[in-house]
Design a protein around this ligand. Structure first.
Ligand SMILES: Nc1ncnc2c1ncn2[C@@H]1O[C@H](COP(=O)(O)OP(=O)(O)OP(=O)(O)O)[C@@H](O)[C@H]1O
Ligand SMILES: [Mg+2]
Length: 319
């Protein structure tokens, strides 16, 4: 299946600010792409250019075969967009808004009521459909915005921080909805919540200062963490003895001590790059006769990787 979204060398300058600096990638059907990056990295600006909301300074985007510069109407018809902050008409009710959007989206009149009903149950707006949007809570407003984006069941979705402001239950529901829709669509979502990347994304792109600094599956990104394959250990022994013993293992890069109490040492044993240390660590602990209370292999932490990628001086450095 060819890419449903092709982003080709997109660049956006706002006066002297280069908000997006040569971003290119393709998104095929079935992919949920997490767009990550610190505040001001250029995520929203990239999305706005893909939707045709902002003209690029250079480059272009092709959505379902339509070039946004040449055929912006066809691009807009192919996608649903949840803008940052989910701006909505506050004096409208969700029902009124959806009727209006259905009309603007060109959904044939006989199908409008069923399209609205479908979305109402997907984003769980039963009970508030006739309440002015400005009187709804933040989480409900976000869901109204998400419903607006999927009303015409588009093949491509661009969701700018779709779970921002939602409580944990609502976050879970929205992630499940994204997962359910994923197979038939290409979805790009931006987020600051790294656990979300694990929960819903099949691929993650990290952007810093307008440039892509990493692109891979969530597991590939996690594997770049210094804590990848580290062993979390709790044993009945003195922390000094544990540290000095485990540091001698050839595949161990270091030992991070954590608060120890009641004769139980807690630490994180770091692996040298590419090394698998769990067997070595377990063997040494057994040889010493220490009673093990916990021994867990860490997959790595996305927040470490995110920090390394976006804080290092060379990360997406501007020319
Ligand atoms: N209309 C505008 N005029 C001038 N500068 C802008 C405009 N829109 C965005 N910028 C600048 O472009 C850069 C990228 O902003 P953008 O909103 O794309 O970041 P973001 O990655 O979405 O950040 P956040 O995580 O905070 O939402 C920032 O420096 C921002 O100030
Ligand atoms: Mg943004």
């Amino acid at each position: 299946m060819s890419a449903m979204i092709q982003i080709k060398n997109l660049r956006k300058e706002f006066g002297p600010i280069v908000a997006v600096d040569g971003v290119s990638f393709d998104t095929p059907k079935g992919e949920v792409l997490g767009f990550l990056g610190p505040n001001g990295a250029g995520k929203s600006t990239t999305m706005k250019m893909v939707t045709g909301f902002l003209p690029p300074t250079a480059g272009t985007a092709v959505v379902c075969g339509h070039d946004v510069l040449k055929d912006p109407i066809a691009v807009k018809a192919s996608l649903g967009y949840l803008p940052e902050g989910a701006p909505l008409y506050g004096d409208m009710t969700p029902e009124g808004l959806y009727k209006f959007i259905a009309q603007v989206r060109g959904i044939p009149r006989p199908r409008r009521a069923s399209a609205i009903d479908r979305v109402k149950s997907l984003v769980k707006l039963e009970g508030v459909m006739r309440q002015p949007i400005e009187t709804l809570s933040k989480g409900y407003k976000r869901r109204v915005g998400l419903g607006q984006a999927i009303l015409h069941d588009p093949p491509v979705l661009l969701l700018d921080e779709p779970t921002d402001g939602l409580d944990p239950n609502q976050k879970h529901d929205v992630r499940r909805l994204i997962n359910e829709m994923a197979q038939e669509k290409a979805i790009i979502l931006s987020t600051h919540i790294l656990e979300e990347v694990d929960a819903v994304c099949t691929r993650a792109i990290v952007i810093a200062r307008g440039r892509i600094v990493a692109d891979g599956t969530p597991a590939e990104l996690q594997a770049r963490s210094v804590r990848h394959n580290a062993v979390r250990l709790r044993v009945r022994a003195s922390a000094d003895a544990v540290e000095s013993e485990l540091k001698q293992i050839a595949t161990v890069a270091g030992v991070e001590r954590e608060a120890s109490a009641n004769g139980v040492a807690r630490c994180l044993v770091l692996a040298k790059p590419g090394a698998v240390i769990a067997g070595d660590v377990a063997g040494r602990v057994r040889a010493k006769g220490w009673a093990v209370e916990e021994l867990v292999v860490e997959p790595g932490r996305l927040d470490d990787v995110f920090r390394d990628l976006t804080m290092s001086p060379s990360a997406g450095s501007r020319s």
